[in-house]
Design a protein around this ligand. Sequence first.
Ligand code: GLC
Ligand code: CA
Length: 562
Amino acid sequence: MPAQAVPEGSRDASAGPGWWQTGVVYQIYPRSFADTNGDGVGDLAGILEHLDHLAGRPDSLGVDAIWLSPFFPSPDFDFGYDVADYVGVDPKYGSLADFERLVEGCHARGMKVVIDLVLNHSSSQHAWFQASRASRDGPYADWYIWRDSPGRSTTGARRAPNNWRSFFGGPAWTWDEARGQFYMHTFLPQQPDLNWRNPAVREALLGVVRTWLDRGVDGFRLDVFNTFFKDERLRSNPRRVGRRGLWSWQHHRYDRNQPELLDLLRELREIVDQHPGRMSVGELFDGSLAEAAPLIQPGHLVFDWSLIQVPWSAAAFRRAIETRDAVFGAERWPANVLSNHDQPRHASRLAPTAAVAASGYEGDARARVAATLLLTLRGTPFLYYGEELGLRNLRIPNAEALDPPARRANVLFPWWNRDQARGPMPWNAQPGAGFTSGRPWLPLPPDFAQRNVAAESADERSVLNTYRALLRLRRATPALERGAQELVAQDHPDALTYRRTEGDAGAFVALNFASRRVPVSVPAAPAGRTWRVVFSTADRASSEALPETTTLGPLEALVAIS
Ligand code: GLC
Ligand code: CA
């Protein structure tokens, strides 16, 4: 395969692929990583203390970057995704000096730092919103999306300006007594949407980007970035067949994905590109692959969610990969995600209940196959803290949920409980799991005595050591980091196989989704070469040469290189 098979569209072609393409990003939810002052809430100093786990030592995981979920001052109606000050650090997480130390510590280990900017909406406690609601003609009057009520309904209630819904349940409009108008919120009423059509707002938010670049961050994850712009005339969304009142009851034509976004993205990239080697990744909110594709830009990735809801089936993953490849083409670089702070943990999602309950290898076998997939597919892998341990969902009844939409859930608003994926990171078997000396804000995982960083480090076959081995292999194998990708057809429905090619070198990946043995045919290696096994979750001799057909063991994941 010629060298120009390296994807061009999402990077500066002259410079080779960026670290955000070849590298692996690790998402940290700061509340839950490590607590140093015993208040039960993780903090920046805790992250700094645990950087060795991530990079810089031979037994580190070996990731290239961390992405920090929000650590800005926040009243926590949506646990940090409601920001009251975009350039500060919430005292519960530490100080700006702690943040600077963290950036230094990461950079010293060759790790980049990506922060999470929530620029679609602020907290209702942000000074901008307080000023905006206080006066209809003050300097901040037009910083949010305010509208008069068009009148009263037959029951006497004030009618909302249009039919838009909040993703977190209820209408997207809340009446504000102080101002005597409705304001718009895609999420909670405590998360008013900013008015990106106002040049002063645009300037202020791009100023936030500049501030953090000057503070040395290497990239941004842009929360729900395709909702920044709404229809200028605020037209009602067309209806769609479904249950009245639900988010999915309407086509979201006017409350997201407006054409103005592309121009903003260009301006944002100009600012980011003034600092070489910086990246951004936008979270596509409730959008299709076709909507995601044009938003992938040089230096800018998009979370398209192709993989995060795929069930445990080789055919389903194959379809998801094929569909995305067809829409994105060879030139757009995907982002691959199996877990994050909004979705169930994939070790639970992808495994049957009995396996989830089991703590041994049997229960972890699917997590290890999934890890192989995530770390060998074409695209940038984003890991979610704890997945490298095979961490399961916490079981927290909705009635006890802290996650705000889970507390609002009802028949008309079915919602999952995101607390289940946001629990404390277990570091060791001590009381508090090495996470805290106090009472953790969410419960510790029930199996933390066995499933923790210390115990898994000592166990060659643990999920953690599987991740370490795969990351090492990836770093040593350009075909895995950046190669072109081609699915390899198999007769057996439970096998998913593909090859990656970079220059003369290749990699072949074979995954068995079944708990029994499965035959696979092996494609021809590049001329004059043979496939040698370099990784397997089964007991296979390393550097075994692969013949034209081989048999995968139950839930075996295998990588061979040529
Ligand atoms: C994004 C975040 C999610 C948050 C929402 C509103 O989807 O990932 O956690 O609740 O935006 O900010
Ligand atoms: Ca703390």
